[in-house]
Design a protein. Structure first.
Lengths: 306, 412
């Protein structure tokens, strides 16, 4: 990455634009990321939301956003963004609003909307070349309803609808988004604020469809102590489970390659949703499978990078 | 003013064009598609200054329409049948944004079985959504009411989206002579949209369609939207008067045809009411005192106008082109709810179901409906609801079933 205002962690915004006292759970990894992202995007935004945990951020008559907000529905936030963007452009073209009154349109959804119900609307918004930022806080399940398994749930994770462990495999949304050849796609995590800030800064200065996928450690859904959100996030990166990467101009590049990856157990064993892989007996087969999946991923990355 | 032969679909497109709609989120569906094709051609040809966006579903289309209207531009869109149902979540959601726009629905029966032809179960599924509903019987009405719908939707007492409904095939693909207003006259009738404070812009933070935690807040906003919808009754009367002054065509929330001195009355919505008018004329020739009452406005429901139009009648035959499965005719139930217990309410309110999936209602059936309603009035007994179906239809249906059964038994 180049030409960033954020050369070190000391240069990150210290102001907190987003208000506090929201109904999000203590230790919410999604809110951690949103705080950092909103500080960079700023208040000249309209956040277009789909049904999920963060729908509760703006609860009549309160909002933590100094800018604007539009709630739509679980499936169609990108379509709402289309309507707002087009209306802003029409009003700009007619001189009804001045260029300095323009807003960035930001879709905000959880993984339930992003990976499943809203994927058709997202795909089509990208195909239309909509000038917007899509921010998905991915807590790997339908968290607002108490953590049922979603298409983002990783293999083996216990949810309230997969009490024996999720039999599926987490959908590769980054690859699906990138296959549309949008302007920009990036993965981020709140526990890597410098990497996150540089990516949001880059996205903000581009035009067209820009999509951000934030892994969002979820104390209530993943079953860990809220004070461990940062640690879980760092372990997701250090074990290689959450690759930090970006897509631009047809190329995927990794922005932080863990030099010596920790075993996946270091990440899994900290979370109650994976406790059944260790207790009462170790599930060596599944642990090996999860480790192999991560190893295969990084082997391909290393091969591609020569 | 030009007079041209236009289909109902073309008339709807002309309405949107004369209204100078800024924005058109679109998705095709039979029998509506011709509307968006007409608009696309005008936009491409520079005859209409409008941004059209092809959406990937009607759910997204109504989301984009509501979002754009809430962002301060004039929006037009159109759909039909399964499309209207696919959008249903958003049909119920966007009225609460209090962002006005116009949706033309081309009525078509809904699955199962699948059909392309017209009835009113699609539009009546949106009855309780908060969209106002105007039901048209002619292509001229479709054009005129698209313009009136914008006046109504944007009225500051109302601020709600409006559905203008026409029947698939019977209006959508039928050419009728239509007077197309001059643009200057349309502009006088419908000035530019002023969104007041409902728009997004820097320095003007707005939170739209937010969640409430608490039943009192929820009830308050739902009541507020309901009361706004009721305000559309006087607002429609005023808009229709202004329309009459500008264009010379007079409209009321409830059309009455030869009903003032009638003893018996047909009640219908939509284009089949023109068939009922013809039956009224013939029955009048045969000595009947009979008429037609047709609500144009279905939401808000013109209860008082209907009470007055039906007061003192010996018998009323409600002909529903819809079927609430397990209940019966929806318009019949709507009328009963506003007539029951009222002074002068007709003694007999008979229910007839017909015209499903584009099925015709023949003149003979109208005469039989009239005769049955008169018998009921004379005997003082309300008849059971009747499902119109002829012997010849049943014979034809039995033949088709025989073919289906024979094919099932056939060895491959």
């Amino acid at each position: 990455m180049s030409e960033t205002a954020f050369k070190s962690i000391r240069e990150l915004p210290s102001a907190r634009l987003l208000g506090t006292g929201t109904p999000m759970c203590a230790g919410c990894g999604g809110l951690q990321a949103l705080h950092q992202i909103y500080d960079i995007l700023g208040a000249n935004t309209v956040v277009v939301n789909a049904a999920g945990c963060m729908t509760l951020l703006t609860t009549y008559p309160y909002t933590p956003f100094p800018g604007s907000w539009l709630y739509t529905a679980m499936a169609s936030a990108p379509a709402g963004a289309q309507g707002v963007r087009d209306a802003l452009d029409l009003r700009l073209a007619k001189g009804i609003i001045r260029p300095e009154e323009n807003l960035d349109v930001v879709v905000l959804t959880g993984d339930g909307a992003a990976y499943g119900m809203g994927l058709s609307a997202t795909s089509s918004a990208i195909e239309r070349g909509l000038d917007f930022i899509y921010l998905c806080y991915d807590n790997e399940g339908y968290g607002n309803t108490g953590q049922q398994s979603s298409p983002a749930t990783p293999r083996g994770a216990r949810t309230t609808t997969s009490p024996l462990g999720h039999p599926g495999r987490k959908k590769d949304l980054f690859a699906i988004w990138a296959a549309h050849r949008p302007t920009y796609v990036a993965t981020v995590i709140g526990s890597e604020p410098l990497d996150l800030a540089r990516k949001i800064e880059k996205a903000k200065n581009l035009k067209g469809p820009r999509l951000i996928l934030a892994l969002s450690p979820c104390p209530t859904g993943w079953d860990f102590d809220p004070m461990a959100t940062g640690e879980i996030g760092r372990l997701a990166v250090k074990t290689g489970i959450w690759p930090l990467k970006e897509y631009e101009n047809g190329q995927v590049s990794h922005t932080k390659i863990p030099s010596a990856r920790l075993p996946v157990e270091a990440y899994l064993s900290k979370q109650g949703r994976f406790a059944h892989l260790f207790q009462p007996a170790r599930n060596d087969a599944l642990l090996a499978e999860i480790q192999a999946q991560v190893d295969d991923y990084w082997r391909e990355v290393e091969t591609a990078h020569g | 003013m030009t007079r041209k032969l236009l289909t109902g679909n073309a008339a709807a497109a002309w309405g949107a064009r004369l209204a100078r709609a800024d924005y058109l989120p679109a998705f095709p569906i039979t029998p509506q598609t011709e509307i968006i094709e007409n608009l696309a051609a005008w936009i491409a040809g520079g005859e209409m200054d409008c941004r059209m966006v092809m959406m990937e579903s009607e759910h997204s289309m109504i989301t984009a329409a509501g979002a754009a209207a809430a962002s301060g531009v004039r929006v037009f869109t159109a759909t039909s049948s399964q499309g209207l149902l696919y959008a249903m979540e958003m049909l119920y959601a966007v009225p609460g944004m209090r962002a006005p726009f116009v949706l033309v629905n081309v009525s078509r029966g809904i699955a199962t079985p699948t059909t392309l032809e017209s009835d009113h179960n699609d539009i009546l599924a949106a009855r309780d959504s908060g969209f106002l509903q105007i039901h048209c019987a002619t292509c001229q009405e479709v054009l005129d009411h698209t313009l009136i719908a914008y006046r109504l939707a944007e009225d500051t007492r109302v601020r709600l989206p409006v559905i203008v409904n026409m029947d698939g095939f019977y209006l959508s693909f039928t050419r009728e002579p239509v007077e197309i207003p001059e643009q200057a006259a349309a502009d006088r009738f419908l000035p530019n949209f002023d969104p007041e404070t409902t728009f997004f812009g820097a320095g003007h933070p707005v939170s739209q369609a937010v969640i409430v935690l608490g039943s009192s807040q929820y009830s308050y906003f739902r009541y507020e939207t309901h009361l706004a919808a009721l305000q559309a009754l006087p607002a429609y009367a005023e808009a229709a008067q202004a329309f009459g002054r500008e264009f010379g065509r007079q409209y009321q929330a409830v059309e009455t045809y030869r009903s003032a001195d009638a003893e018996y009355v047909f009640v219908m919505i939509g284009s089949f009411a023109t068939k009922a008018k013809d039956a009224v004329d013939r029955l009048r020739d045969a000595g009947w005192r009979i008429g037609l009452v047709r609500p144009r406005l279905l939401r808000p429901f013109p209860a008082e106008d209907l009470r007055q139009a039906l007061a003192g009648k010996k018998g009323v035959a409600v002909i529903d082109q819809n079927l609430s499965l397990g209940k019966g005719g929806i318009l019949h139930a709507e009328l009963a709810s506003v007539l029951y217990g009222q002074a002068g309410a007709p003694a007999i309110l008979a229910s007839f179901i017909g015209g499903l999936g584009g099925r015709d209602i023949s003149p003979e059936e109208f005469y039989e409906i009239a005769a049955e309603t008169r018998r009921a009035a004379e005997q003082g007994v309300t008849p059971e609801p009747r499902l119109l179906y002829s012997d010849s239809e049943l014979r034809q249906m039995r033949k088709l079933q025989a073919i289906a059964h024979a094919q099932r038994k056939e060895k491959p």
